[in-house]
Design a protein around this ligand. Structure first.
Ligand SMILES: [Zn+2]
Length: 138
């Protein structure tokens, strides 16, 4: 029997600010920090609002719907953990709430990704976090 040579995927490590975000992913919830003063969203999670510098916020669940704004098809193996996934699709998805999220488009089943494609949330589960990914709503 040969030993597997694939490295584990690099997984986000939650910090104090992002821990509630990552904890919610395990329950299938995509939470956004919503500024309590101006209503702006913070993604990724951070202590102060970009628009008004307020430190006040509440965690708000996102709808899980979005639109592809940009994408690239990756054919090169840049990290051994992704060797079996090439070619895969990196994309910037604009959430219905406004923030843009770097992510992957998955479950394409032969469909072509396009800019303005409507997409919905799905999850790639790991032990301590789940990664938000998107699939077509067409
Ligand atoms: Zn604000």
């Amino acid at each position: 029997m040969t030993e597997a040579t694939t490295a584990p995927k690099p997984i986000p490590e939650p910090d104090e600010t992002s821990e509630p975000f990552w904890k919610a992913t395990l329950e299938g919830k995509l939470l956004l920090m919503k500024c309590s003063d101006c209503g702006g969203f913070r993604l990724p999670s951070r202590q102060h609002c970009d628009r008004c510098l307020s430190a006040k916020f509440e965690w708000t669940p996102a709808s899980g719907r979005g639109t592809v704004r940009s994408f690239g098809r990756m054919h090169q193996v840049y990290h051994p953990a992704f060797a079996e996934e090439v070619p895969y699709t990196l994309a910037i998805v604009e959430l219905e709430e406004g923030p843009r999220l770097p992510t992957n488009i998955v479950d394409l089943d032969g469909r072509e990704v396009r800019v303005d494609m409507p997409v919905e949330l799905t999850w790639e589960r790991h032990e301590d976090v789940a990664l938000p990914k998107f699939r077509s709503r067409d």
